[in-house]
Design a binder for this molecule. Sequence first.
Ligand code: FEO
Length: 171
Amino acid sequence: MLDKNVKDLLNTQINKELYSAYLYLEFANFYEDEGLSGFNNWYTIQAQEERDHAMLMLKFLQMCGESIELLAIDKPEAELKTLMDPLQKAYEHEQYVTGLINNIYAAAYDVKDFKTMQFLDWFVKEQVEEEDNASTLIKKMELFGTDGKGLYMLDQELAGRTYSAPSLTLD
Ligand code: FEO
């Protein structure tokens, strides 16, 4: 069993990760409507990764013998007007998620919950990658997105992203 606060934070994080998946599907739909199927592909895969994150949290709680309460997933809150909007909102969102992960880590640290800290190590590292990917996309859009040909090439690049399962597995 886990400390109640740590358990509750992990339980809530399942919901936050599923919300992230929802948010990225919203972005994918936006780009599809704009005729950018590569950007759609990028965020559809991103949504799959977020679902994986939720499932890892869920599996970890199950393995710790905890009961899980699935909470309602909010409607994605994002007003999307320009092609840059989703990229900026994604970066802000990943920074927010990093804060959430750090919060859980701090709660586990406070009660010397080493197994949760070890589990979360993967997420701490993953957030570095998530933020880096998000900020790199903004830079690429700033460099190439204002020119039609550049945008087309960037869309082609993002179309090449393929899904890979998380390197963390729990059995
Ligand atoms: Fe689950 Fe994008 O962090």
